[in-house]
Design a protein around this ligand. Sequence first.
Ligand code: ATP
Ligand code: MG
Length: 553
Amino acid sequence: MSNEINSSNFIRNIVVEDLESGKHKKIITRFPPEPNGYLHIGHAKSIVLNFGLGDEFNGRTNLRFDDTNPIKEDTEYVDSIEKDVKWLGYKWDELHFASNYFDTMYEKALLLIKKGKAYVCDLTAEEMKEYRGTLTEPGKESPYRNRTIEENLELFERMRNGEFKDGEKVLRAKIDMSSPNINMRDPIIYRIAHTEHHNTGDKWCIYPMYDFAHPLEDAIEHITHSICTLEFEDHRPLYNWFVEECEMESHPRQIEFARLNITNTVMSKRKLKLLVDEKIVDGWDDPRMPTIAGLRRRGYTPESIRNFCHAIGVSKAASTVDSQMLEYFIREDLQTKAPLAMAVMNPLKLVITNYPEDKVEMLELENNAKDESLGKREVPFSRELYIEREDFMEVPPKKYFRLFPGNEVRLKGAYFVKCNEVIKDENGNVTEIHCTYDPETKSGSGFTGRKVKSTIHWVDAKHAVPAEFRLYEPLILDNLEENEGKNFLEQINPNSLEVLKGFVEPTALKDAKAEDKFQLVRNGFFTVDSKDSSKDNLVLNRIVSLKSSFKLK
Ligand code: ATP
Ligand code: MG
């Protein structure tokens, strides 16, 4: 990724300072997902930031699974995360599992007990909440706070040996119950959970809490800049306390930045998992999902996602990005990459009555309107074609310049046709339109005799390949903010997926493979669906429409 420029931001500035001052010779960053769901576009922001800094400053970046909570984690998620990071175009220097540090974490907990900095507490969860105090009131000390070191060592060992039930006891740090920062009021370090872990199996029945585990993980790996999101800002004093008191050799610096939020998008793994579990979507990789797997299946490219992440920048100010900005970057990327083809999504038959019955012409059309080097393709043309239903109206409103009885239009890359007759079924629905063509008007022939006001696309009926088109709208109707208390399931857009059956021109799409991308004339950018498309059943996902009024500031 060395050809990509990281935009300047306050975190990059800190890195530059630390390298210039000699505080660090090399930086080490990490991306630390919890394997309790698939990665989403918010994670991409963090991936691009961490790996981007590692690459730019010739440092190192680890992928570390923060798998200290056995209850929600699963190897399916581990596999998907590795796949998605690679697909985004990044290589980690080291791959780690926080659970491989459980022995060290246990040792460090013992160290804290021996220093008189941790104790075993028997308060119930409710009691502990009561004792914690509030933002305006100090907490109360637990009656178990002054257990002797010996007693704590013995009880902690018995916790580890499985002698107590879940929730019966916890190990807490002994810091300050009257600290104005609630995180410092004797936080829990270890809890009991008689649950198998995806990596360590049944070796442990006590598990470290995130706030204790995370700084140790960073320090063990000699991370220099531990980059996380803003909600951990108030946890930073605790992070530093654990690194100090556990006498870690290296002391990473925690730096917080604002999460990415996008309009009409839910972004927490918990909510995304609910969409999957409730079968509102077709799995984590449903093309409407903001997951990396979903965006990929929708047709987004790694480049477009990286470019988006660079463009949104990194700051401490929380903000919400317009979802159209993401679309802007995929359009930009595909504009020159995706070959042109014609497809009709909602077909209406058009018969050219004066065209010879058995004749087939091969017409030459450009593969890309902006890049001639992408060459030309041959498209068959004969007497019977399909056009879009919306390109014909029996009774046209004012300013409708497409086909209607008596009107003439250009068929893209072919001839002028004029509509003479409308064929209907017994219910009065239009089933066919009959036209005549003018052989003089062939595209590229230099014909200047008269003009038409509209060009419409078409496919040849005999040669076209049937296809299913899947068109998407945002999955979420409202721009609901996280934590607003609204049930987001009530905001699901019932029309987020529309399926149309139509045809594509044979030449370009005949051998199309999963994830191939096309610019379908007037209809948008499309990709071949990686899950449901097959040789006999072509399924095309619309990535985005061709145009938008959105402007990049
Ligand atoms: P979620 O709330 O979606 O479950 P998380 O923060 O719990 O997200 P983690 O697996 O812990 O998910 O995240 C791994 C890394 O990705 C963390 O460093 C986290 O700060 C970062 N991250 C997660 N969501 C976003 C986001 N929306 N914007 C930027 N970074 C994010
Ligand atoms: Mg989390």
